[in-house]
Design a binder for this molecule. Structure first.
Ligand SMILES: Cc1ncc(COP(=O)(O)O)c(C=O)c1O
Length: 405
């Protein structure tokens, strides 16, 4: 563990608290969770669903997951053998990597990556291999951040075991296109790779951002591509989907042989996941369709996204408009901020935004390997999973910074 420092989120949340900044750094909703999921959890505790759950997942929850995801994967899911409930997607990532990566194996990460991926790979004795997305200069939309297929193919060696995909992607807000996913699938088939597809932002997708192509982008699940079900572990998160990040309930969906491997790791990590919270997530999933919940969630986030990107545009911090997730990258090159010796510019700018402008942002360089960190010098990340009042206050403070930098 000696090579690991504290996460960037711990550092910037502490800084934001110290300076009473509006915290658009760490991605957790600050608005109330839906009443129906809270009531279900309270009732589950009152009904004494308080003992260890089935290790692979509370039966009512795996049944609800199979019903919701079956049509999305275009197959009938076996709730008892193809789903493992995890302590958030974070444990899904860790358990999957522990299960599938042997010491010396290589795992391909697409940059910018979610920061628990390399840590989990290193803890399993594996080696992360990094392939950065390439963005057109001055890209103003997430779709302009592209996967270079030749660069990806060149990263594969005979030791490559797994590729980790995150779509919709944090922090870029990119939805991988059908063509990009086909290129990944093609490599997976040719080199016998497995794919861990982290889809925790699956319900936060926004219409018609890909104006150049004249069509709305949709979230494509790589497990639905021909032959990919057998090679893919797909992760989801109740924390993101139902705005309950503190509950730490997630799930892995995979064919039986892979789900079994994940379960064998999971049984020695948490053993089982909080029973009443699983019951509540099951009830929320059972009711989601009749409540039109998923549609309402993305409509709510679309409003917040548009509020923030309009404000960023207005103050000369050009946003990279996201097609999915609740994050937005923006260009900070219009800010003149002192950078100390050895400090990355994006870190200096985000510290300045937090301490001087009073709006906390996250620097994206921790989501890159060392040799690629310069790619993010002029970028910072905000999240918009916050109340409208909080976003409005952030916008007021951003409008005041023109005279500050
Ligand atoms: C890409 C990605 N994967 C996984 C997670 C963690 O999900 P959970 O809170 O369910 O552990 C996050 C949280 O920020 C994330 O951004």
């Amino acid at each position: 563990m000696q090579g690991f420092g504290a996460t960037v989120f711990a550092e910037f949340t502490a800084l934001a608290n110290e300076h009473k900044a509006v915290n658009l750094g760490q991605g957790f909703p600050n608005f109330p969770a839906p009443e129906f999921i809270k009531a279900a959890a309270q009732q589950a505790i009152a009904a004494d669903l308080n003992q260890y759950a089935r290790g692979a997942g509370h039966p009512r929850l795996v049944n609800a997951l199979a019903r919701v995801y079956g049509p999305l994967f275009g197959r009938t899911l076996d709730p008892l053998h193809e789903i493992v409930v995890t302590v958030g997607a974070t444990e899904g990532i860790f358990a999957t990597i522990q299960a599938l990566v042997n010491p010396g194996d290589e795992v391909i990460l697409i940059e910018p990556f979610y920061d628990s991926y390399p840590a989990s790979i290193i803890m399993a004795g594996g080696t992360p291999v990094y392939v950065p997305l390439r963005a057109a200069d001055g890209a103003t939309g997430a779709a302009q951040w592209r996967l270079d297929e030749a660069e990806l193919a060149a990263a594969v060696t005979e030791r490559t075991r797994l590729l980790i995909l995150n779509t919709p992607m944090n922090p870029v807000g990119k939805l991988f296109t059908q063509a990009e996913l086909e290129a990944i699938a093609d490599l997976a088939h040719r080199h016998n790779l497995l794919v861990l597809s982290d889809e925790v932002y699956e319900w936060m997708t926004y219409p018609a951002a890909d104006e150049a192509a004249g069509r709305a982008l949709t979230h494509v699940r790589i497990a639905t591509l021909p032959g990919m079900w057998e090679r893919t572990i797909t992760l989801g998160s109740a924390g993101k989907t139902f705005s309950v990040t503190g509950w730490k309930i997630g799930w892995a969906i995979a064919p039986p042989h892979l789900a079994h491997a994940v379960l064998m790791a999971h049984q020695w990590i948490p053993f089982a996941v909080a029973t009443p919270l699983q019951e509540a997530v099951a009830i929320a999933l059972e009711q989601a369709e009749e409540r039109d919940y998923f549609h309402e969630l993305s409509a709510m986030y679309l409003g917040k996204r548009d509020k923030l990107i309009t404000a960023l545009d207005g103050v000369g911090l050009t946003p990279v408009t996201p097609d999915g997730s609740y994050f937005v990258l923006f260009d900070t090159s219009s800010l003149t901020v002192p950078v100390t010796e050895g400090q990355r510019r994006d870190v200096a700018v985000c510290r300045w935004l937090t301490t001087e402008a009073g709006v906390a942002a996250i620097p994206p360089s921790p989501f890159y390997s060392g040799p690629h960190q310069h790619l993010t010098d002029n970028l910072a990340r905000f999240c918009f999973c916050k109340t409208d009042e909080m976003l409005d206050e952030a916008v007021r403070r951003l409008q005041a910074i023109a005279g500050l930098s």
